[in-house]
Design a protein around this ligand. Structure first.
Ligand SMILES: Cc1cc2nc3c(=O)[nH]c(=O)nc-3n(C[C@H](O)[C@H](O)[C@H](O)COP(=O)(O)O)c2cc1C
Length: 312
């Protein structure tokens, strides 16, 4: 069981409803940053997160790339972990040990519609409340953004997944595409219940002494405050183009970043790198700051500020 949340975190004002899910607060743990350890998902929830997204899991077990897989850069991190994971069968066994009431969103990756639809039945008796399809990882061949850059493929994946599941399905999009709006629209038309924007930006860094790329995979994904303005732009563009909710992700590490995302049109925010830099108190800090902002500006709920910037 999760511990009782501090008073500020249980305020009715912070509660949001997204695609049929009620979250006690609009902050979520972003996919992958705590790896595959399920007790860390618990810890994020105990620390005030309204929901948690798991590491992206695939049909088969997969080794991570060799080190270095994560490196700090100015204003963020570069990572190319390679979607290492134990496979959906093994991970679902871990999830089955968790409290069934927990707000857990399962992140899935695959190389095409069949991979995704084969994983859904395996997750049947787990506490998973919804799915986030990772169609946006920038550094693994044949999956992620290589699937998610083609609107037709996005449409096929989403339609097939939706056919097999009643739970909400979110599509996580990449900024590394020609038009993120086109991808979001394709997902919406195929029945997606929400969009998560954004995954990391394809990037690299080189050690000037050794003259070598630092990541073993050479290329990785940039996260953290460096990408926040890109994420805010994507959230704004998508939320003014689709009717389904958008979850903002990218560089949120403090309450004002979260408020900016909400004003841009996000119905909730995910925190990834912010957890690595601030620790688990990042969730309560953001929740408390949002609550203060609502009180100071005379709003009764988070929903009242979602997309307010659109009117200018
Ligand atoms: C170490 C690390 C691992 C990640 N693993 C995943 C993953 O498995 N699936 C996924 O969809 N995104 C993954 N991401 C991307 C994050 O979920 C998030 O989209 C991105 O980092 C931007 O948010 P941030 O700036 O708050 O970190 C990962 C990011 C990091 C830093």
């Amino acid at each position: 069981m999760t511990k009782a949340a501090p008073e500020a975190l249980t305020s009715r004002k912070l509660s949001v409803r997204i695609a049929g899910l009620t979250l006690h607060a609009p902050t979520m743990l972003a996919a992958g940053v705590v790896g595959i350890t399920t007790h860390l998902l618990h810890r994020a929830l105990d620390s005030g997160a309204g929901a948690v997204v798991t590491k992206s899991i695939g049909l088969q077990p997969r080794e991570s790339y060799r080190n270095p897989t994560v490196v700090g850069v100015e204003c963020g991190y570069l990572n190319a972990i390679g979607l290492g994971n134990p496979g959906v069968e093994a991970f679902s066994e871990q999830l089955k040990k968790l409290d069934r009431g927990l707000p857990i969103i399962m992140s899935l990756f695959g190389s095409g519609p069949d991979d995704f639809s084969r994983m859904i039945p395996i997750l049947k008796n787990t506490p998973v409340k919804g799915f986030e399809l990772n169609l946006s990882c920038p550094h693994v061949k044949g999956v992620g953004v290589e699937v998610g850059q083609d609107p037709e493929m996005v449409s096929k994946v989403v339609s097939l997944v939706k056919r097999g599941v009643k739970k909400p399905v979110f599509v996580k999009v990449s900024p590394n595409v020609d038009s993120v709006v086109e991808i979001a629209k394709a997902a919406e038309s195929a029945g997606a219940d929400g969009i998560t924007a954004i995954n990391t930006l394809r990037a690299m860094t080189i050690d000037i002494e050794t003259k070598r790329p630092v990541l073993s995979n050479k290329f990785g994904g940039l996260s953290g405050s460096a990408i926040r303005p890109v994420a805010v732009r994507c959230v704004y563009e998508i939320s003014t183009s689709v009717r389904i909710p958008v979850i903002g992700c990218g560089g949120v590490s403090k309450w004002s970043d979260a408020v900016e995302m909400l004003l841009a049109g996000a119905s909730a925010v995910q925190v990834g790198t912010g957890l690595a830099t601030q620790g688990y108190s990042v969730f309560s800090g953001i929740n408390e700051g949002i609550l203060r902002y609502l009180d100071e500006h005379g709003f009764e709920s988070v929903e009242q500020i979602v997309g307010l910037s659109h009117s200018f």
